[in-house]
Design a binder for this molecule. Structure first.
Ligand code: ADP
Length: 330
């Protein structure tokens, strides 16, 4: 291949810029040029495509967000839109594409592969919800951001002798909640994977808080994954009201929201982004597409995109039990 494209798609994640930066460096090192596609598939269909240079990108690998922009594109959900996207790819002389995004973006990449365009998926999402890889790019930074925020909230909860509920992102995956809950020593962690198997019993959570309070705890933290009752609006408030009613304790809820998607990417996110991108460029250089890149047991891996999408995400149950056990002791 002489020319490849790169796009970022779906929800943004810290480390996407490191993917763009290293795509250009790794491709240029192999004598290939890189076309940057703005705002994911939407920009592709609208022909917002230009050649990227290392000079233009500067040190963008330091920065959060994505300098190419990202978007959700309805047209890609139709065959006409997918055909148009493939036509534009060929118009610009692009022979293969790196798609950095989540599972939705991967499905888009798969439809381009089906139209004869080699694509490689890189896991760019804070949610860590792609089962084939131990880590997604952006997850580590989001966990650090949410942890810092949780510690700040705990300061004020402690001063006022209150319990705090903190809702973190992750869509239908509880990994951010589990990581944050573990490292802040949360009193309770609620994640969707457990909820699907055995719905949380409000009475049990209330009993745990009442017990902690009767043992002398004047404050504490509950970490709630947004995936628990994903479709319920104001789920943190609903939980808060239910627990106040049952315990009589002073409880406040905070939804961390979009701050979790921003900020300088952590060392781990950048390092994985750079290493995974190197693999992606190498694959395209060899003419190989229809694959996704990830990390397993600290090794960079690649696998078939369809197989990867079929894998079912699970939570680390041992880690969850450990976090819950440690959080129940005062
Ligand atoms: P993420 O990639 O973070 O999971 P989305 O699920 O919103 O985010 O997907 C991002 C974009 O990928 C969508 O807006 C759409 O353009 C494209 N996409 C998602 N699913 C498909 C699909 N089945 N076929 C083609 N394109 C898709």
């Amino acid at each position: 291949m002489k020319c490849i494209g790169v796009l970022t798609s779906g929800g943004d994640a810290p480390g996407m810029n490191a993917v763009i930066w290293s795509t250009v460096r790794a491709a240029h090192a192999r004598g290939m040029k890189v076309m940057g596609i703005e705002d994911g598939y939407q920009g592709l269909i609208e022909r917002r495509v230009h050649e990227l240079t290392a000079k233009e990108l500067g040190n963008c690998l330091d920065l959060g967000g994505t300098c190419l922009g990202t978007a959700r594109c309805k047209a890609m959900m139709t065959d006409e839109g997918r055909d148009e996207a493939a036509t534009v790819v060929r118009e610009f002389g692009i022979e293969g594409i790196i798609v950095c995004g989540g599972d939705g973006s991967y499905r888009g990449a798969q439809t381009l592969s089906e139209r004869g365009i080699p694509t490689i998926g890189l896991p760019g999402t804070i949610d860590n919800d792609l089962a084939y890889t131990d880590f997604t790019i952006g997850y580590d930074t989001a966990c650090n951001t949410a942890t810092e925020a949780a510690m700040k909230i705990r300061d004020t909860m402690t001063s006022h002798h209150r319990f705090g509920i903190i809702e973190v992102m992750g869509r239908r995956c509880g990994d951010i909640a589990l990581s944050v809950g573990l490292v802040v020593g949360a009193d309770y962690i609620l994640v969707p994977e457990i909820q699907y198997e055995t719905p949380y019993d409000m009475e049990n959570i209330a009993k745990r808080l009442t017990k902690l309070s009767s043992e002398g705890a004047k404050s504490g933290l509950i970490i709630l994954a947004e995936g628990v009752e994903y479709d319920t609006p104001n789920r943190a408030e609903v939980l808060c009201d239910a627990l106040v009613q049952r315990t009589g304790l002073e409880i406040r809820s905070t939804v961390l929201g979009h701050m979790q998607r921003g900020g300088y990417p952590s060392v781990r996110d950048r390092s994985y982004a750079i290493q995974m991108t190197e693999r992606a460029v190498e694959l395209l250089h060899k003419g190989i597409g229809n694959r996704v890149v990830g990390v397993r047991h600290n090794q960079i891996i690649d696998m078939d995109i369809v197989e990867a999408l079929q894998m079912k995400q699970t939570i680390n149950k041992d880690l969850y039990d450990l976090a819950q056990q440690l959080g129940s002791v005062r």
